[in-house]
Design a protein around this ligand. Structure first.
Ligand code: NAD
Ligand code: UDP
Length: 336
């Protein structure tokens, strides 16, 4: 199939392009490179030994999106393009609502116009809010406390309503848990600008000596060791989940958790990183981070049942691959 991948130069999008090309699909990437560079596109080609088509456009731009649908016989869309920094979304909510919601609507409109009925959307486990664990797709969603989370919940509702009105439209709403790690080649991975907010990129930068020590946000949560628990999922497993979702689309809107179903605490992740890579990660206990939830992980059984997909890579592989990327690829980029 010809798959339009918006945000395909980004972290999850680039790994998904590799998985799509490997599965024999043709890939057309649309990305404005706001949070990525076109180097990722070269690396995708290098890993997959396949070509892809790239448009540097903003997917909120209706006529630019229309041009892609005119130039290519698009069979399906995977919509990753979006802004994703939770804290920033509280500071500049309009930018987040505009970017994340308008992009979804522009793409849905083009799909309607060009009779494209396959759509896969990047949602997030954040839409569950502070529900009880494990999070199951049938749960009522709770408020997310930030505009970023609201854009995901709203986009899900928009796409669900469109699918209700047009029974031929098939949408998979994929709720990601915590994507970490990198492609095993070390050529693509997560490269946040500035000081990372997320745990794994913070840990890799401490390991590299770029940051002095990890601050563990709270050790008094009701969890096994008092530190926050998350469901970390290897980005390559996540990428493969998109191919499975695309292959198993069915009419209507269907929600799937993409997680491992296993919770890992902050201290467990630090220990796994040290074991996987033989490097010490200095840390100190700090105050809780405002807005954090103690624990969340997926009930991952629906994706297994309906998509035939499960995450295969364990926390050691996640830590090893994250570190390989930090060492190998980012050295090349940063030395330029
Ligand atoms: P990323 O920032 O690495 O990738 C997003 C890509 O979209 C970037 O390349 C950026 O340049 C592009 N982009 C943003 N707005 C655009 C626009 N208007 N037009 C064209 N391109 C645009 O982020 P990621 O981690 O790969 O996340 C991909 C998607 O998954 C996002 O929608 C994100 O909200 C969602 N998600 C991510 C996580 C996570 O922890 N990484 C968790 C849950 C959901
Ligand atoms: N965390 C931490 N120190 C950091 C970054 C994160 O202790 O520098 C903790 C955080 O409190 C949470 C877990 O690591 O319990 C995962 O945080 P992340 O921001 O990666 O994911 P999210 O909280 O958005 O799920």
């Amino acid at each position: 199939m010809n798959i339009l991948v918006t945000g395909g130069a980004g972290y999850i999008g680039s790994h998904t392009c590799v998985a799509l090309l490997k599965a024999g699909h043709k890939v057309i990437v649309a990305d404005n490179l706001y949070n990525s560079t076109n180097q990722a596109l070269d690396k995708i080609k290098q890993i997959s030994k396949e070509e892809l088509t790239f448009y540097q456009i903003d997917v909120t731009n209706e006529s630019a999106v229309d041009d892609i649908f005119t130039n290519h016989n698009i069979d399906g869309v995977i919509h990753f393009a979006g802004l994703k920094a939770v804290g920033q979304s509280i500071e500049i909510p309009l930018t987040y609502y505009y970017n994340n919601i308008v992009s979804t609507m522009v793409l849905a409109k083009a799909c309607k116009k060009y009779h494209v009925n396959r759509f896969v959307f990047s949602s997030s486990a954040t839409v569950y809010g502070d529900n009880t664990v494990p999070f199951v797709e049938t749960m009522n969603l709770l408020p997310t406390t930030n505009p970023y989370g609201e854009t995901k919940a709203m986009s899900e509702r928009i796409l669900t309503d469109i699918a209700k009105a047009n029974p031929e439209f098939s949408v998979a709403l994929l709720r990601y848990f915590n994507p970490v790690g990198a492609h095993e080649s070390g050529l693509i991975g997560e490269a946040p600008n500035g000081i990372p907010n997320n745990l794994m990129p913070y840990v890799t930068q401490v390991a590299k000596g770029k940051l002095e020590k990890l601050r563990v946000f709270g050790n008094d949560y009701p969890t096994m060791d008092g530190t926050g628990v998350r469901d970390y999922i290897h980005v390559v497993d996540l990428a493969e989940g998109h191919v499975a979702a695309l292959d198993n689309l069915k009419e209507g809107a269907h929600v799937y958790n993409l997680g491992t179903g296993k919770g890992t605490s902050v201290l467990e992740l630090v220990k796994a990183f040290e074991k996987a890579n033989g490097i010490e990660v200095p840390y100190e206990i700090a105050d809780r981070r405002p807005g954090d939830i103690a624990s969340f992980y997926a009930d991952a059984s629906k994706a297994k049942r309906e998509l035939g997909w499960t995450a295969k890579r364990d926390i050691i592989a996640m830590c090893r691959d994250a570190w390989r990327f930090e060492k190998k690829y980012k050295d090349l980029v940063e030395s330029k």
